[in-house]
Design a protein around this ligand. Sequence first.
Ligand SMILES: [Zn+2]
Length: 318
Amino acid sequence: MVSQTLKSEKMHYGLDIGGTKIELAIFNSQLERVASWRLPTPQDDYQALLSTIAQMVVEADKKSNIKGTVGIGFPGYLDNQGRSVSANIASVNGQFIVKDTCAKLGRAVAFENDVKAFALSEARGGAAQSKDNALGVVVGTGFAGGLCIEGQLYKSKQNVSCEFGHVSLPAILQQRYQFPLRQCGCGLVGCVEEYLAGPGLLWMCSHFNTNYTSVPMLVKALRDNEAKAIEVMDIYIDCLGCYFAQLTLMYDPDIIVLGGGLSNIAEIYSRLPQVMQKYFFNGVIAPPVVAAMFGDSSGVRGAAILGRDNADNAAVQN
Ligand SMILES: [Zn+2]
């Protein structure tokens, strides 16, 4: 039950469409999460996906006693014609998903890449609050980011800015560790994501002949001072530090905020600044690298902020 006092309050819904689940979280005007739930993602049927989104929003309106604003994060991007592209949810490819959801829900809907929504959430009241330039990086099943400048997401022509998981791993690392050029799911070879995302770290475990088959197993071995685990993590942190140094030379952020499964490995934060420093020319200082404040909630929170901003902008234009 939602209390009577919330009746006149504006409510903001953030949705996060994942490969297997859609989460909807209701936020109040102070961006406090008041309710959330999940439903399975209809993966192969676009109309069923739209219906599930509509069903969740109708339910949210009922719980809130008001028509809330809607922002949606998804693992993909809108091309320069406005069509959705996603490697994880095949049914949305080539669809005008913003237009279709707006029509279905009878209100303005903001759409954004889920990692960019994460970066925005951390820049607005999160770990990067009050920083002019904040780079959010999600290191989980994938490797991607978003740049916020003075609390606003950097927008670009083809919406592919910060897709730096699909840039080639630096040659200095390829050569030093004798890595093969791995085939990436995006069609390119040697992409950073294939080495530095969670599955990439597990690939390193097998490449360096260890028996660690999961990240928790590797982290436990690291904390038990197993030599093999220390060796693999040294290499991984060297690669991550080198790449973060390169990102620093490209974006020069005040702070880098980490999210995703690997952001829970505490050892990364204590070692990274020193490692990054090795890859700078004289006079450059590594920015702080910190963990996300809202963790797994940052995706829906960022989407809700985008939905709120979008509705505010629409109100100003009318
Ligand atoms: Zn790639």
